[in-house]
Ligand binder design. Structure first.
Ligand code: MTE
Length: 326
């Protein structure tokens, strides 16, 4: 049995109201800017689109020096980033998480580091926040459903945490286990996925400097619906690899299970690298629609190999048949 995971292409009614809303918001922001003469990190154009969400606790980060960590594409407006989400623990509709994830309690919060490591341990969220300097990284994100966003994340390389844990020689993979609490998450009543949501990476993928442990976006702590208080961001893979609200990081010898692979191995593989040449069984992956950009008649963008991060990550897959290891 294959449930409809809500992986549908958006309809006209989905798009138009957001564009109207965005145009009005942009006009208001531009008017405000003319009055203040403000300048900012991403320049005037980006500021008009993205000026401070101002809703949550501040979490600034210095601009990252990691190669490829700051794309020049215009960031997706905050309202789209925080209101068009996949977080099935809070419902399968894109609008559900923003409406229902206020019940997620993000403090106290601990992340257990366990398995094939010399220094296992349990980190409180505040210790995890202080473990390494916060960086801002503007990543392209590509969802398996055919849409994309550009998000200014705040966090640090997962490698910083992994090095502290000192993986043993048996640590070939890393599994990420996320929160599954019926009391906080209405979506767990549905059997759409096998809870908890789990994901995995090969150890070299997890250690790659672009792999981000994210605590915030747009200079503030993560909105609950984006995976507060801590999530993974792997920008060259389809969005579902980026597990939200992580409670366990487990180092293992064998390739671990991941939720979408468990749900439908024909359609979702372990690697899930963005690849325009390998179609999803039910649709092409050659193009994408950038959320918040243009309207219904705006041509789609061509999808780039490894989501445009080929120079940084291509060598991780040298010699592999990417049609087989999809
Ligand atoms: N993590 C958990 N725990 N539960 C989920 O349903 N959805 C995934 C991923 N991480 C998901 C998750 C999918 S399908 C995508 S596309 C991204 O989160 C969406 O992240 P965003 O809402 O911040 O854009």
């Amino acid at each position: 049995m294959r449930p409809d995971h809500g992986f549908n292409h958006p309809t006209a009614s989905d798009i138009t109201p957001r564009e109207v809303f965005l145009a009005r918001r942009e006009w208001l922001l531009r008017s405000a800017l003319l009055g203040t003469g403000l300048a900012t990190w991403a320049g005037r154009e980006a500021l008009a689109q993205t000026a401070g969400p101002g809703k949550l606790a501040k979490l600034p980060g210095a601009r990252s020096a990691v190669a490829g960590a700051n794309v020049m594409d215009k960031p997706t407006p905050y309202d789209d980033v925080s209101q068009y989400n996949n977080y099935y623990e809070f419902g399968t509709d894109k609008a559900d998480p923003a409406r229902t994830a206020h019940t997620l309690k993000t403090r106290p919060w601990t992340v257990q580091v366990e398995g094939e490591v010399k220094r296992p341990g349990t980190y409180g969220i505040d210790d995890l926040l202080r473990l390494s300097p916060m960086e801002e990284r503007i990543y392209r994100m590509r969802c398996v459903e055919g849409w994309s966003m550009v998000i200014p994340w705040v966090g640090y390389s997962l490698a910083d945490l992994i090095r502290r844990a000192e993986p043993t020689g048996n640590a070939k993979y890393v599994q990420f286990v996320t929160l599954a609490d019926k009391a906080q998450m209405p979506g767990l009543r549905s059997g759409v996925l096998d809870w908890p949501y789990v994901e995995g990476l090969r150890i070299d993928e997890a250690m790659h400097p672009l792999t981000l442990l994210a605590f915030g976006l747009y200079g503030e702590v993560l909105p609950n619906q984006n995976g507060a208080p801590v999530r993974l961001v792997v920008p060259w893979k389809y969005g579902f690899k980026s597990a939200k609200s992580i409670v366990k990081i487990r180092f293992v010898e064998k390739q671990p299970a991941s939720s979408w692979e468990k749900a439908n191995a024909q359609e979702y593989g372990f690697y899930s690298n963005v690849n325009p040449k390998v179609d999803h069984p039910r649709w092409s992956q050659a193009t994408e629609r950038r959320i918040g950009e243009g309207g219904l008649f705006t041509p789609k963008r061509p999808t780039q190999m490894f989501n445009g991060y080929e120079a940084q990550v291509g060598q991780l897959y040298a010699g592999m048949d990417l049609k087989k290891f999809y």
